[in-house]
Design a protein around this ligand. Structure first.
Ligand SMILES: [Fe+2]
Length: 184
């Protein structure tokens, strides 16, 4: 695995970088320079949960935290070069992430159905698109071709944070409005 090489960041046409990655790259490079200077690797993290990511629904927040934890686990794992044990760990973590994403999306969709969320179909299709993309990448990883761990991990982080910030916040506002009106 290799999360360190810049070529891996820009090497995949299928997983284009988003704007924020520019800033991330700088922070990442600083982190890498510290790592290369000999400070022991204590499972570095790519993304930290912040209160502003909260959608105000504790069960959903906990699930989002777990998604970020798994993303960090993949990141830490792919920083280890040519380590068979870490490769196996990466593979196991990807599979755990795929399973957890499915569980989480199903839970969210049940919630949105229950409150008759008007944007249910659009929200569900965002989930479906993400799962499709992740599964494509997992297939490429399993077949050992055209897979850039760095881009993949950053894609996960960007998608999860972007989805929480926009789409998940939108349904949470809807749910809280219903609560305020005493409708649920
Ligand atoms: Fe969602």
């Amino acid at each position: 695995m290799n999360c360190r090489r810049e070529s891996a960041v820009s090497g995949s046409a299928k997983t284009p970088l988003r704007g924020l990655d520019y800033l991330d790259k700088t922070v990442y490079n600083i982190g890498m320079n510290i790592l290369k200077s000999g400070i022991p690797d204590n499972r570095p993290i790519l993304v930290e949960w912040q209160e502003r990511y909260s959608v105000g629904i504790p069960k959903i927040d906990e699930q989002h935290k777990e998604l970020l934890r798994l993303t960090n686990e993949l990141y830490a794992s792919c920083l280890k070069d040519n380590d068979e044990e870490e490769k196996a760990h990466f593979k196991k973590t990807i599979s755990a992430l795929v399973n957890y994403v499915s569980e989480h999306f199903a839970a969210e969709e049940r919630l949105l159905k229950r409150v008759d969320y008007p944007e249910y179909a659009a929200h569900r299709s965002e989930h479906t698109g993400f799962v499709k993309k992740v599964l494509e990448q997992v297939t490429e990883f399993n077949e050992g071709k055209n897979f850039a761990p760095n881009s993949f991990v950053r894609y996960l982080k960007d998608w999860i944070l972007g989805h929480i910030a926009v789409s998940d916040k939108r349904y949470s506002e809807y749910i809280f409005a219903l609560k305020k009106q005493g409708k649920i």
